[in-house]
Write a protein that binds this ligand. Structure first.
Ligand SMILES: [Zn+2]
Length: 191
């Protein structure tokens, strides 16, 4: 069985090609697996959906949007919306981890969970913590450093206090153990 690195390589290679392909599609809705080929074979995705990964991803629709933010699951019917600008300009590793995060939301939606439950803060919402845990687990499996994972978690709409709460919830130390200052770069991220 091919290693996970093989799949990651194929996916990242595909993502690099994607912006060119997208130009010919306009603002469209398509089958997830048409664009993210073999994603159903990624162990992390199989970890989310189990044996139904292929069936679910072949039925999942993905909308490439010119307007909306970065990436999110539409709460009305559970399809995935991805900003073309983010796909074109975002960091490919971040995009890959965001896809893992959002696929977790797809699973939650299918289970009837409320994705945007307003009684919780974003960083305390159980659906978000579960989605970030999958992404962090995958980031570690890819060999990303803890500093790089912190950078992944630190998104533009999150203040320092919320970032620390989220990091602790997903078992990431909010600061370097050596007390070293890290570049507090923010990134664009999922919902
Ligand atoms: Zn989310």
């Amino acid at each position: 069985m091919p290693s996970i690195e093989y799949y990651i390589f194929r996916i990242l290679r595909l993502l690099r090609k994607l912006p060119i392909n997208l130009l010919s599609f306009g603002s469209t809705t398509s089958c997830f697996l048409e664009f993210f080929k073999d994603f159903d074979k990624v162990p992390a995705v199989q970890g989310i959906f189990g044996e139904k990964a292929t069936e679910i991803l072949s039925q999942l629709r993905v909308e490439f949007s010119w307007v909306s933010g970065y990436m999110y699951v539409d709460g009305s019917d559970g399809h995935l919306v991805i900003s073309k600008g983010y796909l074109n300009n975002g960091n490919k590793t971040d995009i890959y981890l965001d896809l893992i995060h959002e696929l977790c939301h797809v699973k939650q939606f299918m289970e009837g969970k409320e994705l945007f439950d307003p009684q919780y803060d974003y960083v305390e919402r159980p659906t978000e913590i579960e989605a970030y845990r999958y992404a962090v687990e995958e980031a570690r499996r890819l060999g990303l450093s803890e500093e790089r994972i912190r950078r992944y978690l630190r998104t533009e709409w999150m203040n320092e206090h919320d970032f620390c709460r989220l990091a602790k919830s997903v078992n990431v130390a909010p600061t370097s153990p050596h007390g070293k200052l890290e570049a507090s770069a923010v990134r664009k991220g999922p919902k």
